[in-house]
Ligand binder design. Structure first.
Ligand SMILES: *Cc1c(COP(=O)(O)O)cnc(C)c1O
Length: 258
């Protein structure tokens, strides 16, 4: 291709993405902050996964972040992820981070073949159901995290910290089509967390690893969101779930925990 006839200025504009979208700029800044926090915790940035939480955001915006090189995205409503995933490239690693209902498991797994992880397994029944559906559709084993309620509030999501070993054991030993991969917490129901929540999850990992005889590196910690991901990384998080800091504020009010 000839560049004759183009001014120096035009050539520079083609070389540099001068009109980068706000979400891509925000992603770059998040990745930089993640890298700094990882270094402060004595780790490399590739030891911390950033899940771009795209709930309520249009496919076109997700596509911009994908085109900037990001591959890991999270959604928390089944209806929404099964509508969006087929419109996007299949090398996306989707994480389901919402509350799981038995009657939606089949549509989730059938609708999102590139689902990489379900982060929100919080009882044996849902684990058994996921296990059966994975087997019945013949996909590869599904990575799951056990969700722990670290805030102690009446929020329904997550097992009590004292029950995390039992559920982790059940997944590891009783669900051959699931791959136990670690623990997740949301912290407080309003999506804010405190260092206490992170410390509780970290203590759960110690107990789970001891009980299952696995190394800590085999037990991920999904904790930290837009407002507190750097602190979560410094406290050992391997998975930060970042929505509004990348994509901007969500357009509808947060669903009330009921
Ligand atoms: C929405 C959501 C997030 C992202 O929250 P932000 O504060 O926007 O980063 C993280 N985790 C879960 C489970 C969510 O539902």
């Amino acid at each position: 291709m000839s560049h004759q006839g183009e001014s120096e200025e035009e050539r520079q504009q083609m070389a540099a993405p001068a009109m980068e979208g706000a979400a891509v700029t925000a992603l770059r800044s998040v990745m930089f902050r993640v890298q700094q926090a990882a270094e402060r915790s004595g780790r490399r940035s590739d030891q911390v996964r950033v899940i771009a939480v795209s709930k309520t955001k249009p496919v076109s915006l997700i596509r911009q972040v994908y085109d900037a090189g990001h591959r890991c995205f999270g959604e928390n409503y089944v209806q929404e992820i099964i509508e969006k995933a087929p419109q996007l490239p299949d090398d996306i690693e989707w994480h389901f981070i919402g509350h799981m209902q038995s009657n939606k498991v089949k549509s989730l797994l059938a609708g999102v073949p590139n689902l990489t992880m379900v982060e929100s397994v919080d009882d044996e029944k849902i684990a058994n159901h996921l296990d059966r559906v994975v087997a019945s559709i013949g996909r590869k084993p599904l990575k799951v995290l056990v969700q722990v309620n670290t805030s102690g509030e009446a929020s329904k999501s997550g097992v009590e910290p004292s029950s995390c070993v039992e559920l982790a054991k059940h997944v590891k030993l009783g669900c051959p089509n699931l791959e136990f991969s670690g623990l997740m917490t949301i912290g407080m129901p309003d999506y804010t967390s405190t260092p206490e929540n992170f410390r509780t999850l970290s203590n759960c990992r110690i107990e789970v690893c001891k009980a299952l005889g696995i190394a800590e590196e085999q037990c991920e910690l999904s904790m930290g969101m837009s407002g507190d991901f750097e602190q979560a990384i410094e406290m050992g998080s391997t998975n930060v779930r970042i929505g509004s800091t990348i994509f901007g504020p969500r357009e509808y009010p947060k669903k009330q925990a009921n």
